[in-house]
Ligand binder design. Structure first.
Ligand code: HEC
Length: 141
């Protein structure tokens, strides 16, 4: 028996919702990370304000009293391909507008924030600092 138009429409809708749910589970988006950093920052300090792209840019380009800044490897224009400060290996652009794979994998984001912040700041970055850096990277078009 052929499906009534209503039933097939409902079927299409259900399939679309399933696809949407599967897509969300498969990959996070930069906006998901922004929300997460924001929530973590407000948990540590309920008075925490919104993330700031301007503050993120200063943070990114500042050597923080050490030898390297984030831009030492990711360049002062993260839309461009970077270059590792010691190995010379190329690093794909960090800004999501130039590299759709950025800020889609929690494991990758966590691993590299931890490693790179230790290299630059000799400590881990706070959720507020990560939120600012991401706001800066998302502001680049
Ligand atoms: C010594 C070189 C170096 C420095 C300095 C550096 N990074 Fe990186 N960064 C890398 C490399 C290498 C990768 C991994 C390769 C890749 O993902 O292309 C990476 C990856 C990342 C990622 C992963 C993003 C994703 O979703 O793929 C983030 C976030 C990141 N860096 C942020 C920073 C921040 C913030 C700073 C400054 C505190 C910084 N990096 C400083 C070399 C560096």
């Amino acid at each position: 028996m052929p499906l009534s138009p209503n039933k097939s429409r409902a079927g299409v809708l259900a399939a679309m919702l399933l696809l949407l749910a599967a897509g969300r589970a498969a990959a996070d988006t930069p906006a998901d990370f922004a929300r997460r950093f924001d929530a973590e920052a407000r948990k540590l300090d309920p008075g925490q304000g919104d993330a700031s792209a301007a503050r993120g840019e200063r943070f990114f380009k500042d050597p923080h009293g050490g030898e390297w800044s984030c831009s030492s490897c990711h360049t002062a224009n993260p839309l461009q391909t970077g270059r590792h400060a010691t190995t010379g290996k190329t690093i794909a652009p960090l800004a999501p507008a130039a590299n759709a794979g950025r800020f889609t994998s929690p494991a990758k984001v966590e691993k590299w924030f931890r490693r790179n912040c230790k290299d630059v700041l000799s400590r881990e970055c706070t959720p507020a600092e990560k939120g600012d850096v991401l706001a800066y990277l998302r502001s680049l078009q």
